[in-house]
Design a protein around this ligand. Structure first.
Ligand code: SAH
Length: 221
């Protein structure tokens, strides 16, 4: 188990984190539970030590394996969309664990988080980090998230952090009645955040803002 410098000093201090949260509030994030989760989650433990001093800038950063930790504003926005559309989050499925930052935020808001990642090395590291923060309500699966995680379905919310061109059928099938999916969709040339909501046999889709995510890739490594 790696040792986590959770408290931080200087550029990784609580004050720096509070400034990041203040900038997110200025950009329109307002849900008190989302803000509390952001305040409770040290972002610097999710990036390499060499980048820790940049962890509270509102930018995406490399996390190895050719992947990036999402920009804090996007993490905050997607989480806010999810909890606003579905305030009761018993089970949440996350596709794309990455470094685990979004996972940790979700773990503060949901009873249980199920997270799927196709790159084993990344997920192993994420698991250590999230566990190291004392968040024990998370289960991990190393697989292609295009299959969802049927064993624990249905989910009240599904959050996808890589961009498929179209929504994988399995995710819609594993969504609870009244449940919500927040996902980027599209190609590198043009991606938009989308919100899907299941109401009985009906599915409502809403296209939201333009975004830029790494591509959703098939298979695992
Ligand atoms: N929320 C993460 C975002 C990481 S980037 C964070 O803040 O760190 C997106 C992640 O999705 C990458 O780790 C990538 O490996 C993963 N990914 C891409 N396609 C996937 C798929 N089909 N199944 C599971 N994970 C996938």
């Amino acid at each position: 188990m790696m040792r986590l410098d959770v408290t931080g000093v200087g550029m990784t201090s609580l004050r720096t984190r509070e400034r990041m949260v203040q900038r997110l509030i200025d950009k329109g994030i307002g849900h008190p539970k989302v803000l509390a989760a952001l305040r409770a989650t040290p972002r610097h433990v999710f990036v390499d030590e060499a980048l820790a001093s940049r962890a509270y800038e509102d930018t995406a950063l490399p996390i190895g394996f050719n992947q990036t930790i999402s920009q804090p504003f996007i993490v905050a926005r997607m989480t806010e969309l999810l909890i606003t559309a579905q305030p009761v989050l018993r089970k949440v499925l996350e596709i794309g664990t990455g470094c685990g930052y979004q996972t940790a935020i979700l773990a503060h808001l949901a009873e249980h988080v199920y997270t799927v990642e196709r790159i084993q090395g990344l997920q192993r590291q994420a698991k250590n980090r999230v566990w190291g923060l004392g968040l024990k309500n998370v289960s991990y699966l190393h697989n292609d998230g295009g299959w969802g995680w049927p064993d624990h379905a249905p989910y009240d919310g599904i959050l996808v952090t890589a961009a498929p061109e179209t929504l994988p059928d399995a995710l819609l099938e594993q969504l609870a009645d009244g449940g919500v999916i927040i996902t980027p969709l599209g190609t590198a040339g043009g991606q938009y955040l989308h919100q899907f909501r299941r109401q009985g046999q009906e599915v409502e889709v809403e296209r939201l803002t333009p975004v830029s995510f790494v591509p959703f890739l098939a298979g695992k490594q």
